[in-house]
Design a protein around this ligand. Structure first.
Ligand SMILES: Cc1cc2nc3c(=O)[nH]c(=O)nc-3n(C[C@H](O)[C@H](O)[C@H](O)COP(=O)(O)OP(=O)(O)OC[C@H]3O[C@@H](n4cnc5c(N)ncnc54)[C@H](O)[C@@H]3O)c2cc1C
Length: 375
């Protein structure tokens, strides 16, 4: 069967027939880390189509460049780095470590650190996730709108975002959704009742600010005291996180030593109330709150600030719950949910990798059973 990488819009296809050119063994929805892992695992033995609403792969691994930040980027998970200097991230399970070691390509260079399974991955996440899915057929910039069963075959309908009003349909024996729970429920309407755990999940967004200021010992102490009073999951009024180290090629080592980076998170309620406020107002609020916390005047604090940035951050996980362990499921008849929400590993990245591997294994096991049954 021919599986072209660029798929031409087609309508009114007979989806009940697995012989049409838009039929695949497996359709993976989402080209984030989970989707990329699934595609990588299955494309050797199955025809796989990956559908992604963004223009490229990476999902929440993607970093956003912000000029002026010492690292040159923000919003990037710590284990991968777009820049040459690489942050480190502790990947604690052997499965993940072994898996990543096997994947090392030019796009994905992994540095092993001395301490257990700590490793760091260099390179743009879009490049190395793309390397993982390169053997699959790809439909980028297409938003999946529904996933329904027709005569034992799954039909996936998408909206083509670059060509307005054009919808496309694909079919498959297996569909693996790697979308966040809320979207998943919207997509698989007919399976709503089978997903009780997903119903309560909402996304949260919070205002986040990054400030770099002169590192005065008194400030550090005040922030440490403040942090110590917060429970690990609490967002507090303002949660200040002192950057462990500043990776500051632009600032220079000497000056960097005298600087301190802070991430300030507003709590969810406050963020909701201020969802439509402009960034300048939010930043002014952050500075006022921080000045109060540090016991200095706003003017004094402003003098110490060498860099400031503010944005609204959509949480990748539902606040207060680390995962939805029982929701990770094969919902029967070839429909599966995967992604970091459904695995309780230490970090989101580990959860995505493990859950992607588990979903792929499940497809392989199901196929083996089907083959056995047909013999
Ligand atoms: C700012 C930030 C920092 C982070 N830092 C860390 C860190 O340091 N360490 C760590 O372990 N984890 C971190 N994480 C979490 C980690 O990035 C995620 O756990 C992981 O990337 C999730 O991968 P995923 O494939 O499961 O989900 P996603 O990356 O969300 O992939 C889902 C994909 O589905 C696509 N999609 C959604 N709806 C549709 C639709 N209708 N049709 C088609 N496509 C659709 C999305 O565009 C997306 O690409 C961070 C996350 C963020 C946002």
């Amino acid at each position: 069967m021919d599986h072209p990488n660029s798929l031409v819009p087609q309508k009114n296809i007979d989806l009940t027939s697995p012989n049409n050119s838009n039929h695949y063994d497996v359709i993976v929805i989402g080209a984030g880390l989970t989707g990329a892992i699934v595609a990588h695992q299955l494309s050797a033995s199955k025809s796989v189509l990956v559908i992604e609403k963004a223009r490229g792969s990476g999902g929440r691994l993607s970093s956003k460049r912000v000029s002026g930040l010492p690292q040159g980027y923000e919003n990037a998970p710590q284990f991968s780095s777009a820049s040459l200097g690489c942050d480190e991230f502790s990947l604690s399970t052997q499965t993940v470590h072994t898996y990543l070691s096997r994947l090392c390509t030019d796009a994905l260079a992994m540095t092993e650190l001395d301490d257990g399974y700590k490793c760091a991955v260099k390179g743009r996440s879009s490049a190395w996730t793309r390397a993982l899915i390169k053997e699959s057929s790809l439909a980028f910039h297409e938003r999946v709108q529904s996933v329904v069963m027709h005569d034992g075959i799954w039909t996936v309908t998408t909206e083509c975002l670059s060509e307005q009003n054009i919808s496309k349909t694909y079919s498959a024996s297996h569909v693996i959704l790697t979308t966040p729970p809320k979207q998943t429920i919207e997509l698989v309407t007919a399976q709503r009742d089978a997903m009780p755990l997903l119903k309560g999940v909402e996304h949260s967004a919070c205002w986040l600010s990054v400030l770099i200021l002169e590192d005065l010992p008194a400030y550090r102490k005040a922030i440490e005291t403040f942090n110590a009073q917060l429970s690990p999951n609490s967002m507090g009024l303002v949660h200040c996180q002192v950057f462990a180290e500043l990776d500051t090629p632009h600032v220079g080592a000497e000056k960097a030593r005298a600087l301190m980076g802070l991430k300030l998170f507003a709590d969810e309620g406050w963020s909701k109330e201020n969802a439509d406020a402009d960034k300048q107002t939010i930043m002014a609020n952050f500075v006022t709150l921080l000045a109060e916390l540090l016991g200095v005047s706003v003017d004094q604090l402003v003098e110490q600030i060498t860099f400031k940035h503010c944005h609204r951050w959509l949480y990748s996980r539902p606040m207060g719950s680390t995962c939805l362990p029982n929701a990770y499921a094969n919902l029967g008849a070839g429909l599966m949910l995967a992604g970091d929400y459904f695995c309780g590993a230490i970090s989101g990245i580990e959860s995505a990798i493990i859950s992607g591997c588990e979903a792929s294994q499940q497809v392989i096991a199901e196929n083996a059973l089907e083959t056995e049954a047909s013999l």
